[in-house]
Design a protein around this ligand. Structure first.
Ligand code: NAD
Length: 463
């Protein structure tokens, strides 16, 4: 790096050190480009590692252990009432899971020669970033920049209360306590995953969802088994309902819930969607353009913005806001700016909701295929007919396969059941590589495994 008058000249500046940013930076370094990552936290990992995917999955693993122990009573095994010690639990999540992975990313950055700069970056023009870290100011002049600033929790409309008792996902993942009564606003990914965590730890969880079903937009056949489970696990699930006001009264939060009047809770989790973090980046000094209302940065399939020097990847570029989409985009952006013929043209992005049962899907759902006028054939394989599902006492799952009737190609798969998040990988490969239903049916799947359910669904489509 050549130091000038407080100005460094480099090949690539990556703004944001989450999965999109570090994937982009590592790929740039592998391609021989001098690369720095600018992140306010001075660490790599982003929301995914520090306040999202990873800590939530660590807590969901604990939920799964608790649920399995309870289920084991059906098999004649009683572990007794669990005793939960929050301090060791938090320490395990923070040090053994999050801390270990953060150290791994830091050492990978060192090994690849990627510098991580602490501070808030904003563009001065299309080739200069100004980075403020407290009193310190640094400028970086770059040939290319990649914006990977992610997203942040969106607010609950009309509710302005600031209180430790009103949490977003990051605060809830800190596990400040196990509240006796928890209100979850939003029946999407976060509401369901963290609602599950708190409910299995012992909170009475009430969930309020504005639309007429959990996980709006997801295939109802997949959501139904989860809905049944959540109705048992949670104290209440209110659909077509909104929370119109929150007030702090002593150590309680009073919530005005449409149609139900005033209800009292010890804590509230707000999970009503996330918003792009594209504000305050100085984009007006560049040619980068934003989509009007959402604030998403507009990019093409090479992750190029309207400014020839600037690329963007991940949540800040739109839905679906998933870490694995950001990672793939990060690699694409790096390869494109290095002059390689790369594009973000994947046929499908898998999605996984890590609840119990898990829900996972990829490609087109039955409704989407029909909506696009595709002559689609659909097979549903109920796990009640799966030997493996019987051995783990989980016959409530379903594997659904959508195929194009004309070509015989697999165009979408949805799975609900334990392990769906792992099982979806084979389905994603099938969709991505345009596998035929016949290919899936003729592939030998180990017996007895849940993976056989995809083969069985394919066989039933072939009649
Ligand atoms: P979401 O979009 O998944 O769900 C938000 C839910 O809140 C929706 O069901 C919506 O109808 C409801 N809602 C909106 N306004 C409301 C209101 N005023 N009152 C009641 N309900 C309301 O959003 P999220 O759960 O906040 O998660 C944000 C994003 O983070 C997700 O879309 C996803 O991209 C990502 N995420 C992914 C995972 C995963 O991959 N497993 C996990 C967590 C988060």
């Amino acid at each position: 790096m050549v130091m000038g008058d407080l100005v460094d000249e480099i090949d690539v500046a990556v703004l944001g050190g989450g999965p999109g940013g570090y994937s982009a930076a590592f790929r740039c370094a592998e391609l021989g480009l001098e690369t720095v990552v600018v992140d306010a936290t001075r660490r790599l990992g982003g929301a995914c590692l520090f306040e999202g995917c990873i800590p939530s999955k660590a807590l969901l693993h604990i939920s799964a252990v608790l649920s399995e122990a309870e289920r084991a009573r059906e098999f004649g095994i009683d572990f007794g009432e669990p005793r939960i010690s929050l301090d060791p639990l938090r320490k395990w999540k923070q040090e053994r899971v999050v801390g270990r992975l953060a150290r791994g990313l830091a050492s990978m950055a060192r090994a690849k020669g990627v510098e991580v700069v602490g501070g808030r970056g904003a563009f001065e023009d299309s080739t200069t970033l100004r980075i403020e870290d407290g009193e310190a100011l640094r400028k970086i002049r770059f040939k290319h920049a990649i914006i990977a600033t992610g997203s942040r929790p969106g607010p609950l409309p009309g509710v302005t209360l600031q209180s430790d008792r009103v949490m977003d996902s990051a605060a809830a993942l800190e596990l400040p306590e196990i509240p006796e009564r928890l209100l979850v606003v939003g029946g999407g990914y976060i509401g369901l995953e963290l609602g599950t965590v708190y409910a299995t730890l012992g909170s009475r969880v009430s969930l309020v969802e504005m639309t007429d079903g959990l996980l709006p937009g997801v295939d109802r056949d997949l959501v139904q088994p989860l809905h049944r489970r959540v109705e048992k696990l949670f104290a209440a699930v209110h659909l077509r309902t909104k929370v119109t006001a929150l007030r702090e009264v002593g150590a309680e939060i009073e919530a005005e819930v449409e149609g139900l009047g005033v209800q009292r809770f010890d804590r509230v989790l707000i999970a009503v969607g996330r918003r792009a973090q594209s504000g305050g980046l100085g984009l007006e000094a560049t040619r980068v353009r934003l989509a009007d209302r959402s604030g998403f940065i507009l990019v093409d399939d090479r992750c190029r913005t309207d400014d020839p020097h600037i690329y963007a990847v991940g949540d800040v570029t739109g839905e679906p806001m998933l870490a694995h989409r950001a990672m793939r985009q990060g690699k694409v952006a790096a390869e494109v700016l290095a002059g390689q013929p790369s594009a973000f043209d994947n046929a499908s992005i898998p999605a996984v909701v890590f609840t119990d049962p898990e829900i996972a899907w990829c490609g087109l759902s039955e409704a989407q295929a029909k909506g696009q006028g595709i002559d689609a054939k659909v097979a549903k394989f109920q796990w009640a007919a799966s030997g493996r599902a019987a051995t783990i006492g989980r016959s409530d799952g379903l594997t659904k396969l959508v195929a194009d009737a004309g070509s015989g190609r697999v165009i979408g798969v949805g799975i609900v059941g334990p392990g769906a998040g792992e099982l979806i990988a084979e389905a994603t490969l099938a969709v991505e590589t345009a596998a035929l239903v016949e290919d899936v049916a003729a592939t030998i799947h180990a017996h007895p495994t849940l993976s056989e359910t995809l083969m069985e669904a394919a066989e039933s489509l072939l009649g």
